[in-house]
Design a protein around this ligand. Structure first.
Ligand code: 2P0
Length: 326
């Protein structure tokens, strides 16, 4: 029997990953930059054993169906193939999210799975290699190997595409991210499908690629200088540009709901009152607001006049992946 367990935290991109140049290897079109957060994480244990006749996967104590298990098996197949191993596995995952608000993340999930596999099989992986392995499960997972800020270097091969930490001299601990949960009845388009459709059909996608390097450079400069407004401005602009590409896709789509737009307007209104805060969004209607810790209470007070408090979840910078006792 080979057993391992890991905990990985989710991350939110400030400069987004949007589009693959190689779907099988999950090589992205552009570099991305994220902040790992403490509020949402996944713990996953993996046991490989001769007695198992197939892979099984349970999430939050519930055994998953064939479709859900197939996604996990696909990753396990990769590990088995890469490390010349043939046993089936029992995978047990627990998502720790403050509410059942659809915030479960493939980043924390696949990073934890990669970590648990590497622990179980005692693979001698350093952080770079673990990041590469997690990337094969889900692109954004490669950034969750690291705490604080991380940049995913797109690379041009399996070998050269991985994330690395961006040291910020502890500045990340002065920041907060406020999640605003937005109810939405619309059926999701997964980020995987959404980015694929955008790359293949959006006439705006070339504009995304033309501006990404400048955004990334601005974000890294802002981190180096601990310049919150500069980081916030480029975060907000880059997120909007990513979402802009979806409107040029065929057929067009958007992850925004009317309530998302309301929250964006509230952030702009807060800024007009002198409160420095900036929004970003991912492949869903929730809005995340980047704010300095010292202004968090003021921001919450401002939002309280417009939103119910249950819609808000506060997150701070989180740590990198940790291996745990089984
Ligand atoms: C990001 N997203 O940088 C971007 C912004 C969503 C919007 O990475 O296909 O689940 O597994 O590589 O990592 C979500 O995409 O996609 C994502 P796959 P993933 O955070």
């Amino acid at each position: 029997m080979y057993a391992g367990k890991a905990r990985a935290y989710t991350n939110i991109a400030l400069i987004k990953y949007w589009g693959k140049k190689n779907e099988q290897l999950i090589l992205p079109m552009n570099n991305s930059l994220s902040l790992t957060l403490d509020a949402f994480y996944t713990e996953t244990s993996v046991i490989f054993d001769e007695s198992f006749i197939e892979d099984s996967f349970s999430l939050d104590g519930t055994l998953q169906d064939a479709k859900q298990t197939a996604k996990v098996s696909k990753f396990l197949d990769l590990v088995r193939q890469q490390y010349k191993f043939s046993l089936f596995a029992k995978v047990e995952s627990q998502n720790f999210v403050p509410t059942a608000a659809g915030l479960a993340s493939s980043a924390s999930g696949l990073a934890a799975l990669a970590g648990a596999c590497s622990a179980a099989l005692e693979l001698p992986l350093d952080e770079t290699e673990l990041s590469r392995l997690a990337r094969r499960g889900s692109g954004s997972a490669c950034r969750s190997i690291f705490g604080g800020f991380a940049e995913w270097q797109k690379g041009d091969s399996d070998q050269s595409s991985f994330a690395q930490a961006i040291p910020a001299d502890g500045w990340e601990n002065e920041l907060a991210m406020l999640f605003v949960l937005v109810d939405d009845g619309v059926k999701d388009i997964s980020s995987r499908d959404g980015m694929k459709r955008t790359v293949e059909t959006s006439s705006f996608y070339s504009g995304w690629l033309e501006t990404i390097d400048a955004d990334l450079a601005t974000a890294k400069q802002a981190i180096a200088k601990k310049d919150f407004n500069k980081l916030g401005e480029v975060t907000e602009a880059n997120g909007l540009r990513m979402h802009g590409t979806t409107l040029g896709a065929v057929p067009p789509f958007t992850y925004w709901s009317p309530e998302s737009l309301n929250v964006m307007q509230l952030v702009r209104a807060a800024r007009k009152q002198g409160l420095a805060c900036y929004f970003t969004m991912d492949a869903g209607p929730n809005v995340k607001i980047l704010v300095e810790k010292k202004n968090l209470t003021a921001l919450k007070n401002f939002l309280a006049d417009h939103l119910s408090e249950e819609k808000l979840i506060t997150a701070y910078a989180g740590p990198g992946i940790t291996l745990m006792p089984v």
